[in-house]
Design a protein around this ligand. Structure first.
Ligand code: AGP
Length: 606
């Protein structure tokens, strides 16, 4: 996510506050940075660049200090990282910094172009800035111009705004993207979160959706729908390190809790009238209709997300899908041609094996599509087309929210392809989309509220040296991810096994007390899974069952019954449960959850 900071005060130390605040926001992940400040002659100027805060510091050296300014660290969502796409954006009259996604930016851009506006960047934020300039130029007062602009914006935003002819005020507005007003002595602040301000103040107001704040050195006014409102003053109890994690003990736990919002943020721009709509992504839908085979190629968790995609495309779009480990694909001389679509799934967009697989697929004439979380990354740039996930930066090495958004986006794409290939009608597509966009985030939230129940179970696993996951169908694919999560952060040896395959060898490893986690969410396979549970229990296993139908099972020792959700999407709350099991097991064992031994967040070498 982007980071926002703002200062207005009676002392000329805006630059110092902005730079310190931006450095405090670096943990959020970013690719570019910028500030807009008034000099002592009240002239507004902007300095911005791709790269780190340190680069910005070099560029602002000697620029003197200021009584008022705003700053921004950018996590690109529209437009690759570059100086010109960095924030702030604006005009001679104003400057804006923004965190969020303006979903109707394309039509607003067209309208403003017809009004004579020109654009220098590829960002949605510049569109918001020019729209504000339009209302400002229509002789609207600052506040009224902000209100009229906000009225026109669709999507999510946290905005900080300064007008060139008012060096004593910062305007702030929020919808769906957090924004706070820091309360100081003879100064006030704006920030994406309190982390950026702890060096100055612990007291703040959290803006609510629809709030517009006018912030001056000695007063803060907050309005909602034109009426002045009072927001409760809050005081941060966290230290800086805890604040970076939003009060969670680890980035991984914070990111697991971000999953519902991350899914909604990723799907929302691709749903119109509760049907999949990828027109904003400019997908080649003729190619999607024409292809005869689909390959999903990735590594690690991204490959496991591909397995869920396989299930969805095969079941709903009737497309044969092969899921390939990228490091194998690139050396196995795969049989692909122009009738194939190769989807490369990658959170970082920089994984060496996945990038090599992409290049090989292109050489062989296949169409390629990247599903990537980092805007402007190499895989995103080199694939023929790209669908960005909007999970925000994933700091923990163990991938969690990326998996949730990758599987959700693959499912939405499978629904779209099913419609294109007339495999389902609009009624079913609308139902399925509603389940994905509304029910699944809710089900994940409900499982997150039961974290203490899951934590209690994890205590059993922490003492184990071997642990088995078993499942059938989609649950087997899910077992693969649950096993990887556990291994990589708790260092417990674990295997995921197709439950029906156990008797062909691995069951010899089951002995007294060996923990087995069984997944059963597909009704057609409940009976088979009950038999497999009995099979391992009879050899001494201690079985924890994660299911959506507790009453169908009699033999498990422990049961986590997920709350009602369509069984075709039960994998999403179950994935969250598996991530929490891995997390709590790891913390119980005293492992380094966010930075496990031997691992890197992005494997950019073979
Ligand atoms: C996930 O928990 C792992 N850290 C790892 O398997 C990761 O999924 C894999 O390296 C792929 O990374 P990517 O999604 O950035 O391509």
């Amino acid at each position: 996510m982007c980071g926002i900071i703002g200062y207005v005060g009676k002392e000329a130390n805006a630059l110092d506050v902005l730079l310190k605040g931006l450095s405090s926001l670096e943990y959020r992940g970013y690719d570019s940075v910028g500030v807009a400040m008034f000099d002592r002659m009240h002239r507004l100027s902007t300095v911005k660049c791709a790269g780190r805060v340190a680069e910005l510091e070099k560029r602002v050296q000697g620029s003197g200090d200021s009584y008022c300014g705003i700053g921004h660290t950018r996590w690109a969502t529209h437009g690759a990282p570059s100086d010109i796409n960095s924030h702030p954006h604006g005009s001679a009259n104003l400057q804006i910094v923004h965190n969020g996604i303006i979903e109707n930016y394309a039509c607003l851009k067209k309208e403003l172009t017809e009004l004579g506006y020109t654009f220098v960047s590829d960002t949605d934020t510049e569109v918001a800035a020019k729209l504000l300039d339009y209302y400002y130029m229509k002789r609207r007062g600052h506040f009224d111009a902000v209100c009229e602009t906000i009225e026109r914006l669709e999507g999510s935003y946290a905005l900080a705004i300064v007008f060139a002819d008012d060096s004593g005020t910062i305007y702030a507005a929020r919808k769906d993207s957090p924004l706070i007003i820091g309360i100081g002595e003879d100064a006030n602040y704006i920030a994406s979160d309190i982390t950026a301000l702890l060096f100055k103040t612990r007291d703040y107001y959290s803006l609510e959706d629809g709030d517009i704040a006018c912030v001056k050195a000695d007063c803060i006014s907050i309005y909602n729908k034109g009426i002045e409102v009072k927001r409760e003053k809050q005081t941060a109890k966290w230290d800086h390190v805890a604040a970076e994690k939003g009060g969670y003990d680890h980035f991984m736990l914070k990111e697991i809790h971000e999953e519902p919002e991350a899914i909604i943020r990723t799907l929302r721009p691709r749903i119109k009238d509760m049907l999949p709509d990828f027109s904003a992504d400019k997908l080649d839908e003729d190619a999607l209709k024409r292809i005869s085979r689909l390959h999903i190629v990735a590594c690690g968790t991204a490959m496991h997300a591909g397995l869920i995609g396989k299930f969805m495309f095969e079941k709903y779009a009737g497309l044969p899908v092969s899921v390939e480990i990228a490091s194998e694909f690139r050396y196995n001389d795969p049989i692909i041609d122009e009738n194939d679509l190769v989807i490369i799934v990658s959170q970082s967009g920089e994984t060496a094996d996945s990038l090599a697989a992409l290049r090989l697929a292109k050489e062989k004439g296949a169409s390629t599509l990247g599903i990537v979380n980092v805007i402007g990354s190499t895989i995103a740039n080199e694939a023929h087309s790209v669908l960005y996930t909007y999970a925000g930066p994933e700091i923990a090495v163990a991938s969690t929210k990326a998996y949730s958004v990758q599987t959700s986006l693959l499912t939405l794409l499978a629904i779209r392809v099913s419609l294109l290939r007339s495999r389902i009608d609009e009624k079913e597509a609308r139902e399925f989309t509603h389940e994905l966009y509304v029910d699944a985030p809710r089900a994940i939230k409900e499982m997150l509220e039961r974290a203490s129940e899951i934590k209690a179970l994890a205590g059993n696993f922490a003492k184990s040296e071997d642990l088995f996951f078993i499942g059938r169908g989609k649950d087997y694919y899910l077992s693969c991810e649950g096993s990887l999560k556990l291994k990589e952060i708790s260092y417990i040896h674990s295997e995921a096994y197709a439950a029906g395959e156990l008797k062909h060898g691995t069951i010899s490893l089951i002995d007294d007390g060996v923990p087995v986690i069984a997944l059963a969410t597909e009704s057609r396979l409940y009976g088979k899974m009950e038999s497999n549970i009995r099979e391992v229990k009879s050899r001494g296993a201690e079985v924890t069952l994660i299911t959506n139908a507790e009453s169908e099972f009699k033999s498990a020792d422990h049961v986590i019954d997920i709350l009602p959700i369509s069984e075709r999407l039960a994998f999403l709350p179950v994935a969250t449960v598996l991530q929490l099991i891995a997390y709590f097991t790891s913390t119980e064992r005293g492992c380094d959850v966010d930075k496990p031994r031997n691992l890197a967040k992005s494997v950019t070498v073979e």
